[in-house]
Design a protein around this ligand. Structure first.
Ligand code: CA
Ligand code: CA
Length: 408
């Protein structure tokens, strides 16, 4: 604050109170990323218009995908035999920034809550590849059960839970491996239902939910296992329709949604009562699902029936109305989906875009406000776009310097 002239201390202090909580954000936006398995691509749908804005070429047979906690990066698992890798996609620019080789027949992916580690199941190898995202390399490979599919970190990041799905030898088996993320070793194995496929922890960390798909080759009803995250006990088994695959749990922990692949519906589950309270009709072969960041919509990848290369769509379900309100045409076999908040985060005064407001940047802000640096450009300082930098705008930069730039 020593940069501010003393005579302005009072008005600046008052302005600071007004501006302290102010974060410059544009209108909230959503990017819906969907893998198109038979097109070897990932589409990015603009959540405001429900239209495909970009299509990004990724690897062979992309299946699951997951986003970094800040929503800026999406990791796409390329399950094809020639690929066995993941593509790193920058959502804002719709470009692939890198590729990382993993194990045999990779399937599911998850990123740790701190955003530093990715984990990918290798269905062909019965293992999980642990990727250090700062170096982009596999740092460990952990052996789990047969055919690992979905996986999820606990919200505290201390455990990684892995759904081991069916094998041809034991078509109705199914376990969940629990990995300690300090030593990267399996500490427990829990028996779940028939073909555990998708898995997600509640935000409060109390429960882990597992969708048991039944064999996708022989139609049959599946279920949702409710596991106590502390005791590892299965405390509930909620009956679902035919071959449920995708799972989405609401942020408040009261609702879950499961896509019923061979019923063309989404089950609505009351997690407090542990019962299905309704079904929503969607498109053909609903597979992966994701909630919008604001929790008002559910996006469902309608994959189409197994073994049939065909264009599909992404169903947009309005959760207030409990019905599908739009279908967005996607490419060959849309399989998995994530929805990220793509609202640009503007950090006032961070002229060089490094995520921090430095003292030098503050000095520049004051110079611009005083008119001593009229020619200088730092667009993030001029929040209201009027061509000048006001004292109020300087104070927003001071706020960012003291309290950090806004984050998601
Ligand atoms: Ca900076
Ligand atoms: Ca201005």
């Amino acid at each position: 604050m020593s940069l501010i002239p003393r005579s302005r201390a009072l008005p600046i202090a008052l302005a600071a109170i007004l501006l302290g909580a102010m974060v410059h954000r544009a209108q909230a936006g959503t990017s819906v990323c969907v893998t198109e398995k038979h097109s070897n691509a990932m589409a990015i749908i603009d959540g405001a218009t429900n239209a495909v804005a970009h299509t990004v070429d990724v690897g062979e047979s992309p299946s699951e995908l997951t986003a970094s906690p800040d929503g800026r990066t999406v990791y796409v698992v390329n399950a094809g035999d020639k690929a066995n890798d993941i593509s790193i996609v920058d959502v804002a620019t719709a470009t692939v920034s890198g590729t990382i080789k993993v194990g045999s027949r990779p399937l599911g992916a998850a990123v740790s809550p701190d955003g530093l580690t990715a984990a990918v199941t290798n269905a062909g190898g019965g293992s999980v590849s642990i990727i250090d995202l700062s170096t982009g390399t596999v740092s460990k490979t952990v052996s789990v059960g047969a055919n690992p599919a979905g996986l999820a970190f606990t919200p505290d990041g201390r455990e990684l839970w892995v759904a081991n799905s069916i094998s041809l030898d034991s078509p109705h088996a199914g376990t969940v491996s629990i990995i300690d993320t300090v030593h990267w070793s399996v500490t427990d194995t829990v028996t779940a239902g028939d073909n555990p496929f998708s898995i997600e922890a509640s935000r409060d960390g109390r429960w882990v939910y597992v969708v048991n798909s039944h064999s996708l080759m022989t139609r049959g009803n599946g279920s949702l296992s409710v596991i106590d995250a502390a005791s590892h006990e299965v405390v509930g088994d909620i009956a679902l329709g035919k071959n449920p695959v995708g799972l989405a749990v609401s942020a408040d922990g009261h609702r879950a949604y499961a896509s019923e692949f061979n019923d063309d519906t989404v089950a609505v589950i009351d997690l407090d009562a542990r019962t299905v309270i309704g079904h929503i009709d969607v498109g053909n072969g609903p597979y992966g699902m994701a909630l919008s960041p604001d929790g008002t919509r559910l996006y469902v990848a309608d994959r189409q029936p197994f073994g049939q290369p065909a264009n599909g769509d992404v169903a947009v379900v309005d959760l207030a109305q409990q019905k599908m309100t739009a279908q967005v045409r996607a490419g060959g076999n849309p399989t998995w989906v994530v929805a990220v908040d793509d609202t640009p985060l503007v950090c006032a005064g961070d002229c060089d875009g490094d995520g921090h407001v430095s003292v030098a940047e503050l000095v520049r802000a004051v110079d611009m406000a005083l008119g001593d640096a009229a020619g200088a450009t730092c667009p993030s300082l001029d929040a209201n776009n009027d061509g000048t930098v006001s004292i109020g705008e300087v104070l927003t930069a001071v706020n960012a310097a003291l309290n950090g730039c806004p984050t998601r």
